[in-house]
Design a protein around this ligand. Structure first.
Ligand code: N01
Length: 557
């Protein structure tokens, strides 16, 4: 019997543990900490060789976080934030990994985490109200709660090009980068993809390879990040104001504590909008998006058109060759309709180098036909390459959850349930899969926000919910059909009223052939979402139903 069973009187637990948590990134680490603090038995299974999640896997050159470092961390512990000091405005992958290792050691988390252990399946037992979790090595674990902390961008997507098996050079996906790194000197390198990852990789690698060829299908709006070291006095100020910073971040749409120059741009002249943008362009990063309330940028097509054109002009001014500049200027989607990347290293000027070239592989250019033993064959030319880098992104939002075979009530699999797009209530649970919580799951704000804050909000909500269940003698929880339907409808309606539908993006699963295209994150903002979740909890988990499992052990009186 775990401490929690003893404390709550929920006796004779029929499972090996109270909770299985999948993943040891930001989500899994914090979930483990919170549940353990409350006396629950938890086992964490992590596919990777150590803690870190996204930051364990994404080790490609140039990997860095687009959220500013002083807010890309946990807010829950004064102790941790007092001991840790970030060195740059935006944290580089090794520093984030070091931070998560530091947190794991500080909270003594490793003793309950098992590395290189992949969860293969999870099957719900209706009578017992429990989950049977099977690992890839065959071990089976019975648990009451099954909690996924698998990340939103962790299942790599690689296009299925013919001929890759016969390629005589080496190839890598950015999110499965070899530990020992890749030596590019004297190599002809080809990179496919110009999303956030590709842009970071290209800026970092341009000039380090004999030649870098970029295969671009769709150009993007990269805004300068303006990275720099954090000065001591700046850090002092952050420390002195941390509580206010977090409060402002929690009360914001994106989970970032940035003021808007103007709430809405609708009443400003084009000249005034451009002046504001100029100032924000100098500040860089997501502060640019915050020139106006981000929701307005993504709902007002006219304002968005001014912003998009402003960025296009900036791109043209940086690229020497006008033909190359035009290829780099996005015209197929409004700014922000897909995740805007950051430019850390003068990305656009990379194309002014003689050893970097750009190939337009869109339908209007020369699409990739296949990989050959020597390189990449487009409809126009064969490009000789020693290394191919796939910066082609992820099966986002649902990919890592569906990679596990999850079977709920009556044999319904998660894959079947989500065949036409995910169906959840609050992005936290899905009907038919009781006691399965998804941290930053589909239809929660997640990727549209500063992730650690969204993760903390979810973890704390789940912890409170489990505690509530034990206090009230409930064995299982799941959403009602009505609340789930309403949530899916609301999420879609909010997205339909924004400009997201004007871009093909991983937000909607457009990037994965065959995947049902549906907008997946909750676009109403972290502030609104937090209020909804708080209200649901304080209304005795309105929209959820609790039950007692048929075979549940009888509580001792
Ligand atoms: O992936 P992406 P990503 N032929 O899907 C191209 C986060 N992130 O890894 O646009 C040719 O955005 C594809 O082309 P197109 C961040 O949220 C965060 O870059 O589909 N090209 C696109 O250019 C980000 O948004 C940070 O036409 C093909 C690229 O591959 C998310 O991760 C850093 C192709 C994929 O871009 C994903 O970014 C990095 C094909 N067959 C990433 N298939 C930080 O801040 C795909 N492409 C922490």
């Amino acid at each position: 019997m775990s401490d929690a069973d003893a404390r709550t009187g929920r006796a004779g637990s029929n499972t090996d543990v109270d909770a299985v948590v999948v993943g040891a990134g930001f989500s899994g680490l914090y979930m483990l900490h919170r549940l353990r603090e409350r006396g629950y038995d938890v086992r964490v299974f992590e596919k990777g060789g150590d803690v870190g999640g996204t930051w364990y896997w994404n080790r490609y050159p140039g990997a860095r976080c687009d959220s500013e470092s002083h807010i890309y961390c946990y807010s829950f512990s004064d102790d941790i934030r007092e001991q840790w000091e970030w060195t740059e405005r935006y944290p580089e992958q090794p520093e984030i990994l070091e931070y998560l290792n530091f947190v794991a050691d500080e909270l003594d988390l490793r003793r309950d985490i098992e590395f290189e252990r992949e969860v293969r399946s999870a099957t719900y037992d209706e009578d017992a109200g429990t989950w049977t979790v099977e690992l890839a090595d065959g071990e089976v674990v019975e648990t009451r709660f099954f909690i996924t902390g698998v990340g939103c961008l962790s299942e790599p997507f690689k296009p299925d090009f013919d001929g890759l098996d016969e390629f005589e050079g080496e190839w890598h996906h950015t999110s499965r980068w070899p530990d020992e790194g890749v030596d590019f000197s004297d190599k002809h390198v080809g990179v496919i993809g110009t999303g956030s990852t590709g842009i970071q990789f290209i800026s970092e690698t341009g000039g380090r390879a004999e030649h870098l060829t970029v295969f671009q299908r769709t150009p993007n709006y990269a805004v300068p990040a303006r990275n720099r070291p954090l000065e001591d006095d700046e850090y002092e100020e952050i420390r002195a104001n941390y509580d206010d910073i977090w409060e402002q971040a929690r009360d914001s749409r994106l989970g970032m504590p940035f003021d808007h120059e103007h709430y809405s741009a609708a009443s400003l002249s084009e000249e005034e909008i451009r002046e504001t943008l100029e100032d924000r362009w100098e500040q860089g990063g997501f502060r640019f998006l915050h020139a106006f309330e981000p929701g307005h940028v993504l709902t007002n097509a006219e304002v968005n058109a001014v912003i998009s054109e402003f960025i296009r002009e900036k791109i043209r001014a940086k690229v020497d060759d006008p033909e190359t500049a035009e290829k780099l200027v996005p015209s197929d989607h409004p700014y922000g309709a897909k995740r805007p990347p950051m430019d850390y290293n003068d990305y656009y000027r990379t194309y002014n180098r003689d050893d970097v070239s750009l190939v337009d592989v869109s339908d209007d250019g020369e699409p990739i036909e296949r990989v050959t033993p020597r390189g990449i064959q487009t409809t126009a030319e064969e490009y000789d390459l020693d290394v191919i880098v796939f910066a082609t992104g992820f099966d986002a939002m649902t990919g890592a959850i569906l990679a596990m075979d999850i079977e709920g009530r009556d044999g319904l699999t998660m894959e079947e349930k989500w065949a036409d797009g995910p169906r959840t209530y609050l992005g936290l649970m899905t009907r038919g899969f009781p006691n399965l919580f998804t941290i930053t799951g589909p239809q929660s704000p997640s990727v549209l926000t500063n992730m650690p804050l969204s993760i903390e909000q979810h973890v704390e909500w789940i912890e409170d919910c489990i505690d509530y269940m034990d206090e009230h003698g409930h064995d299982t929880i799941e959403p009602t059909e009505a609340s789930e339907t309403q949530w899916v409808t609301n999420t879609n309606m909010l997205a339909d009223n924004m400009l997201f539908s004007e871009a093909d993006s991983w937000y909607r699963g457009d990037n994965v052939p065959g995947k049902t295209a549906v907008f997946t994150p909750f676009p109403g903002g972290l502030d609104m979402y937090r209020d909804i979740c708080d209200r649901v909890a304080s209304d005795d988990y309105d929209g959820f139903e609790f039950s007692r499992a048929a075979d549940a052990p009888v509580a001792e009186q």
